[in-house]
Design a protein around this ligand. Structure first.
Ligand code: SF4
Length: 485
């Protein structure tokens, strides 16, 4: 019996009850059990979890034993654990693997989609307000995407936009229609009220990731007066109900210092935030300026700071552009996720708006087999250095080539931007970042490991080639001797 079957037999829900009965005593027992039945397949994540459970000084020890097991609603924890770890993780992953093998294309682990292009805010530099209410995926269309996704093993859906909570009644309805899935939504937080928080508590499978630009001045400066206060109020409502919530923050050249500061991180810990997703500014869109791209030194500092906070503070942080080493580089093009906009266009990535597929005209599987998705599939990883994962930001020639060769069209209906225009904004950045990325990568643990593996592979290939040449040489000698004779 494998780990998955054993987990399902025991029932993760029962396991959660067992942990709750006496976390300090029962968590290590569960780890022993997981060790026994996984046959070592849980890998480094298991070792990390065990360390956290056993080390009372680890910041994540209290995070798990207090924040998750005491302050979070028990039924919410159970639902998230089952939907995320079993449905989206273990069993979903197996289905995805089978589909990858069967169809010879990327199959995602998560699907990002825009329920609407509408937004209730008018942020500086954001196109959503200009789109107005024109573009929406209907409830039936989103339901169809999820049904098709589940056939392929996808149980994790992430909403972006626009402001997804403009459609909050439909989003709750989708949680009810698909209680086996986990839903996460980027949001400005302003539409989280008592009623919506109660609905979230009822369905249990919806997690908001609230966007913050930093502290009050920065957030209100971009999103309007009172935006920061509204986020604090939303977090209070969520906290009072024991719901799980995170923060999404984008670092730019202008806000870098404050948004990656220890003070900012500590404020989020105090607010009971469970995770923060850091995004690197991308100059996507005809009006987006490359002047806001973080400098080389800022990116190096982001790499250091976020790794340090992650090790020392009880807040799970992901720095998407610098964490490629943990996920094998670029995750787009369906390798781990894709993006469907409010017009139904299926983009490889939330930042890469070029496509040959629209979900209103073809199935999800056919979109995954469309030309630009296959170009992603065939070219990933785009760089051996995991600190240069992106076909746009760090390898702009790659995106130019893929868009040209596949004939993918811009899906930005407001102001279509050519791949050449977009990539030209990244050329200088990519050139400046390459040597810094080389140094960081070659001095990192995973970088050294990857380089050693590469050398070993090259040596093995060379030895094989020499052996083959030796054999060939023998034939040639024979032929030569024949000739001589
Ligand atoms: S295309 Fe670029 S931004 Fe999108 S997932 Fe890949 S590396 Fe990240």
């Amino acid at each position: 019996m494998n780990a998955k079957e054993e987990l399902e037999k025991l029932g993760l829900e029962k396991m959660v009850d067992y942990i709750y009965a006496d976390p300090e005593k029962n968590l290590p027992k569960i780890m022993d059990w997981a060790d026994r039945f996984s046959g070592g397949k849980l890998g480094p994540a298991r070792a990390m979890v065990r360390k956290v459970i056993e080390d009372k000084d680890s910041p994540y020890h209290t995070f798990i034993t207090k924040h998750i097991l005491q302050e979070t609603n028990k039924d919410v924890t159970k639902t998230i654990a089952v939907n995320f770890f079993i449905n989206a993780g273990l069993s979903g992953w197996q289905k995805q693997e089978a589909a990858r093998a069967k169809y010879g294309c990327n199959i995602p682990w998560a699907i990002l989609l825009d329920p609407t292009s509408a937004c209730n805010y008018h942020c500086t530099g954001c196109w959503a307000a200009e789109y107005g209410n024109r573009l929406n995926l209907s409830l039936e269309e989103i339901d169809s995407i999820i049904r098709q996704g589940k056939e392929l093993g996808v149980y994790f859906y992430i909403y972006t936009g626009g402001e997804p909570l403009v459609r909050k009644a439909d989003l709750i309805r989708l949680c009810e229609m698909h209680p086996d899935c986990i839903f996460l939504s980027f949001t400005n937080g302003s539409l989280i009220d008592e009623k919506f928080a109660d609905d979230m508590l009822r369905v249990k499978n919806f997690i908001p990731a609230i966007s913050l630009e930093g502290f009050e001045k920065a957030t209100d400066g971009r999103r309007g007066t009172g935006a920061f206060e509204r986020v604090l109020h939303a977090m209070k409502l969520l906290r009072e109900r024991g719901l799980v919530y995170g923060i999404s923050s984008c670092y730019t050249k202008a806000n870098f210092d404050s948004i990656t500061s220890e003070e900012y991180f500590d404020m989020l810990v105090e607010q009971g935030v469970y995770f923060i997703w850091y995004f690197h500014y991308m100059p996507v869109g005809n009006d987006a300026t490359p002047d806001l791209l973080p400098t080389k030194d800022q990116r190096i500092e982001a790499y250091r700071r976020i790794r340090k906070y992650r090790a020392e503070k009880p807040l799970f942080a992901i720095d998407f552009q610098n964490d490629g080493e943990y996920i094998g580089g670029c995750v787009a093009g369906g390798r781990r996720y894709l993006h469907i906009n409010a017009n139904g266009d299926v983009d490889p990535c939330v930042f890469i708006h070029y496509s040959n597929a629209n979900i209103r005209e073809m199935s999800l599987l056919d979109a995954l087999r469309s030309p630009i998705f296959m170009a992603y599939h065939d070219n990933q990883p785009f760089n051996k250095n995991m600190l240069r994962p992106c076909p746009m930001l760090e390898n702009p020639d790659m995106l130019r080539k893929m868009v040209k060769e596949t004939g993918a069209k811009s899906t930005d209906l407001q102001s279509p931007e050519s791949a050449d225009h977009l990539c030209a904004k990244c050329d200088e950045y990519a050139k400046t970042w390459a040597p810094a990325a080389k140094e960081l990568w070659e001095n990192s643990k995973n970088g050294k490991k990857a380089l050693n593996e590469e050398k070993a592979k090259e040596a093995a290939e060379k030895a094989n080639a020499e052996e083959a040449a030796g054999k060939t040489g023998g034939v040639d000698e024979t032929q030569g001797s024949r000739k001589t004779a």
